[in-house]
Design a protein around this ligand. Structure first.
Ligand SMILES: [Fe+2]
Ligand SMILES: [Fe+2]
Length: 281
């Protein structure tokens, strides 16, 4: 199986079932031929077995979180994030065969964990009676990840997107604590706990890669975080404690705080946004 085929697989369960094979293949391929056979095989869009919306505004309204349907919808939206996180990890493995082997091995583990997160959501959706495909999904994470160098990829996916995911997880658990939702709480709680590891992976490799490139990681973070926030708006109040546990230093926390204060947490998710162009793109 090659990467192009894996990313294009449409069936959700087939994709999670074969994640181990594709990452093993990518790690081995790099050792054998430098991974060059895989470099041109990233499809523009990954395969989907559910209908797609191109704008978050056309997403059907969310039922209240106190209802079973509302909890299913939330898990459906979360599953869609996990699916794209899994695919983005594979995309990075395929596009950066020259990345440090230890980075690639750790990223392969992240990809496998994202697949497990997606499976947790799929199983819970079946149990709640609203299986995968009950709602349309967006593809905004995949689309917003611009091609650039390895440092910019780690910054945007593991520090920005997954870092913001920690804030979202905390706020979601707060909402769920007020309602009867044992299954949803268990799934979101497990994912939130394990995501700290993914962001920690991003934090430590961000600094290692930056130093290797002769870049000051704090200067880079201060330059790019506000620009990414404008291009990919987030409205959740940051959870600084969880972010600290995931490797954000006090300087970075300060950058995040300043950026959010400047936007007053009211960023437009629709309409024209500055386009993002990262180093090496
Ligand atoms: Fe995840
Ligand atoms: Fe993750």
């Amino acid at each position: 199986m090659n990467t192009w085929n894996w990313l294009s697989i449409e069936t959700a369960r087939q994709k999670t079932a074969s994640i181990g094979d594709v990452v093993e293949h990518l790690l081995r391929a790099t050792e054998v031929d430098g991974g060059t056979a895989f470099l041109e095989k990233i499809p523009d869009v990954p395969g989907r077995d559910v209908s797609l919306i191109l704008s978050i505004r056309s997403h059907p309204p969310k039922p209240g979180i106190a209802t079973t349907l509302g909890q299913a919808r939330m898990l459906h939206d979360l599953g869609n994030i996990e699916l794209q996180a899994m695919e983005l990890a594979v995309r990075t493995l395929a596009q950066f065969p020259e990345a440090p082997p230890e980075f690639r091995r750790e990223l392969a583990e992240v990809a496998i964990e994202e697949a497990r997160h997606f499976d947790l959501c799929l199983n819970a959706l079946d149990e709640l009676g609203s299986p995968w495909g009950s709602w349309p999904v967006h593809r905004s994470l995949w689309d917003m990840v611009v091609d650039g160098d390895l440092l910019s990829r780690v910054m945007i996916v593991h520090r920005y997107m997954e870092g913001s995911g920690l804030d979202a997880g905390t706020r979601l658990l707060e909402k769920l604590s007020g309602v009867k939702a044992p299954l949803a709480r268990e799934v979101v709680g497990t994912i939130h706990r394990e995501e700290v590891g993914h962001v920690s992976f991003g934090s430590s490799w961000f600094r290692k890669i930056a130093r290797r490139e002769g870049v000051d990681p704090d200067v880079y973070f201060a330059k790019w975080y506000p620009q990414i926030l404008k291009a990919i708006p987030r409205n959740e109040r940051p959870d600084y404690e969880t972010r600290r546990r995931a490797g954000f230093n006090e300087f970075e926390i300060g950058v995040i705080e300043t950026s959010f204060t400047a936007t007053n947490f009211k960023m437009k998710r629709e309409g024209p946004r500055p386009s993002l162009s990262m180093p090496g793109g």
